[in-house]
Structure formats: C-alpha cells, structure tokens
Design a protein around this ligand. Sequence first.
Ligand code: SF4
Length: 104
Amino acid sequence: MSGARTRADCSRCDAVCCRLTVVLAAEDRIPEHLTARTAAGLHVMARDAEGWCVAVDAATGGCSIYGSRPDVCRRFRMDGPYCRDIRADYRDRRARGIPLAVYT
Ligand code: SF4
C-alpha cells in the first residue's frame, strides 16, 4: 500500500473553510446584510446556525460573492496545512457523529 495522501481539492469538499471566522479588512466591499459584528467588535462574515458563512450558495456549495469575496478568503490556500487540518477535523466529526464545532 502506498502512503500517498489524496490532495485536498475544493471540488471534492463541503466548503469546510467557509465555516471559519472570516474577519473583514477595511478594503473589503461586502454587503452589510452578509456581515456581523463579534462580541469583541470584529467585522466578520455572518454565519448561519450551523456555522457556515451566509455567502455559501446552498445549492452549489460555492461562494455567491466569489468575485468580490473578502481578502482573507482569496488568500486561503487550498491543500495548505490549515485546509488539511480543518478537513481532517470535519471528516472525523462526521464519521463519529460528533456535532460540528463552530470554528472561531
Ligand atoms: S465569503 Fe465566500 S469564500 Fe469567503 S467564507 Fe464566505 S462563502 Fe466562503
């Protein structure tokens, strides 16, 4: 058996990175109804009850504001260490029936 791991790819993912807290930069131009303020006063993308960013298109799993998505989303690296870590945690929770954590 080879030890090769499967490369993480957005086309085979449930948009797990879109459950992370997306802190908005001053230059991001996001419609206000898609944003929220944290208790600490950070301007962030709003999330639904299950923790997904409200800009996720439920029908496609894609970003409904992809062309104007926040800077931090543009910089998130597919198959980078953080991507792989949160995907592993997500898969493990689902396999064991553990409720999804809301990543902060
Ligand atoms: S803005 Fe788009 S890319 Fe960024 S977390 Fe929300 S759905 Fe994902």
